[in-house]
Design a protein around this ligand. Structure first.
Ligand code: PEP
Ligand code: MG
Length: 317
């Protein structure tokens, strides 16, 4: 099967009825970037930047950021590449953030970054200066809950760009908190694109811990999660913004037809899954996926959705 997936590497990521779906890779290293492009991804939909710093004893400096980014971005010249700013979450905390200073509880995620504007500014400067000329660079902010946070990020990005004498790149927002879904319209109005972090969004909507084995990618097929995705897509498209899914659900056989049916524009997946996702999309019909997604939204449990998808033969073994 793996060989059948690979055989279609040079064919378009397009449904049987001619609907194109963007296919990008999630990367964190130069090897990931090479593997993603080799599998035919058109670029990178999520470059995770926190992973090399999970053992750090202090905030990464501008130099450490650019040492990490430069070799990855070099692989991606001329391709869309979406760099996500540091996402230190509960399940991804370096030692210097794990314990609160003097016993105080430090924030997590974006509030933490905004409480450390100097560290955040260092990363913005590093991203802007590490991107070679010709890079189709975009920057994406994780764990956004409000337009106020987005504006604070934009301010830091704009000052970094101004100091370097360049135009700031498009700034996008990850939709992975319930608050972000509720404000998806305002967030879309003030950003260049939306990207759904289905790993966190699924946990947030279903009140699961990220480390709970029940928080599997297929749980994104739960009608509550699908409703959150549908609402996000509607908000993005109302503002003529592209919307992607960059969590693991974007590569799950049950979820792919539902995402296509809900109108997701781009799927961003692990390099090793790029071939398979394209193969599956090439066997779907958009109009059938649209009907399927509408029916899934009417279901009550994730099991019902799973049965519905299987019954429709939308899943390819
Ligand atoms: C997500 O939450 O779906 C996501 C893509 O980000 P991460 O897995 O890094 O939290
Ligand atoms: Mg996330």
């Amino acid at each position: 099967l793996r060989n059948s997936y690979r055989r279609e590497r040079n064919l378009p990521c397009r449904t049987l009825d001619g609907h194109e779906v963007g296919l990008r890779a999630n990367v964190a290293t130069p090897a990931d970037a090479r593997a993603g492009l080799e599998a035919g991804a058109d670029g990178v939909g999520l470059l995770r930047t926190e992973l090399p710093f999970l053992e750090s004893t202090r905030w990464p400096t501008e130099l450490r950021h650019s040492t990490m980014l430069t070799p990855i971005l070099r692989e991606l010249t001329g391709r869309p590449v979406t760099v996500r700013t540091l996402d230190f979450a509960d399940d991804k905390l370096p030692p210097f953030l794990a314990a609160g200073r003097q016993g105080e509880r430090l924030g997590r995620g974006l509030p933490l970054m905004l409480a450390e504007p100097a560290a955040f500014a260092d990363q913005f400067r590093a991203i802007l200066s590490a991107a070679p000329v010709g890079t189709d660079l975009r920057i994406m902010i994780p764990m956004v809950a409000s337009t106020g946070e987005l504006r604070a990020c934009r301010k830091l990005l704009n000052s970094a760009a101004e100091a370097l004498g360049i135009e700031p790149p498009p700034l996008g927002v990850m939709i992975e908190l319930v608050e972000a879904v509720e404000r998806a319209g305002e967030l879309a109005a003030e950003s260049a694109f939306l990207s759904i972090g289905s790993n966190d969004l699924t946990c947030q909507v279903l009140e699961l811990d990220r480390r709970d084995p029940a928080a599997a990618p297929e749980m994104a097929a739960h009608p509550f999660v699908l409703a959150a995705i549908a609402r996000t897509v509607e908000a993005a498209h109302r503002h003529r913004r592209q919307v992607s899914v960059c969590g693991d659900a974007a590569a799950h056989p049950t979820v792919i037809p539902l995402l296509v049916g809900l109108g997701i524009d781009v799927l961003s997946v692990a390099p090793a899954r790029v071939d398979e996702v394209r193969y599956r999309i090439r066997r779907l019909r958009r109009d059938e996926c649209t009907r399927l997604a509408a029916e899934a939204l009417e279901c009550h449990t994730v099991q019902q959705v799973g049965q519905l998808v299987w019954a429709r033969n939308q899943t390819i073994g």
